[in-house]
Design a binder for this molecule. Structure first.
Ligand code: THU
Length: 162
């Protein structure tokens, strides 16, 4: 038996003001996307913005109805698949606004497990690490330099054919 470990490197910024201008602009768009969220049950408004390799920016937000709950990142990827046959995401920004009374939104959101898996597949098909900016309405901002590092020992569709 051998003990193994996997390291996870990420960047921490004291606020969005410390980000470079491209990242800050993307995060500002994700903050706008939170205002279009439809979280009728959780009241937890999530916004996501992706900058593609062609420079285009796409926005999405979470969506809750009586039969489905869909995360902002999942909605975003669905939109991209509907719009393009192939696409490469350079960077995605995810942020939130918790509108439940007495709650705070001043810390970074970190994507759920299912979204990490979905983003990983997008990263693999785009053949380029996707930078993931994670933020709240204010406070610290985290940046991961690729999705693969955020999901160690991930499931892969390649397993099916090996
Ligand atoms: N949510 C997202 O949109 N992205 C995540 O990465 C985590 C959770 C949404 C799903 C649900 O509508 C609400 O946040 C509360 O969990």
């Amino acid at each position: 038996m051998q003990k193994k470990s996997i390291e996870f490197h990420y960047e921490e910024y004291s606020s969005k003001d410390e980000l470079n201008s491209l990242d800050r602009a993307l995060l500002e768009q994700a903050l706008v996307a939170t205002t279009n969220a439809y979280p009728q049950f959780s009241k937890f408004q999530v916004g996501a913005a992706a900058r593609l390799s062609n420079g285009k920016i796409h926005l999405a937000s979470n969506f809750e109805n009586t039969s489905i709950t869909s995360c902002a990142e999942q909605e975003l990827l669905s939109h991209l698949h509907a719009l393009y046959r192939e696409f490469t995401i350079e960077t995605i920004a995810v942020t939130f606004d918790n509108t439940n009374p007495g709650t705070k939104s001043d810390f970074p959101i970190t994507p759920c497990g299912k979204c990490r898996q979905l983003l990983l597949e997008a990263e693999m098909s785009g053949k380029k690490p996707i930078r993931v900016i994670m933020a709240g309405q204010s406070g610290k901002v985290l940046v991961a330099t690729g999705v693969q590092t955020m999901l160690p020992l991930a499931y892969s569709a390649e397993f099916i054919n090996t």
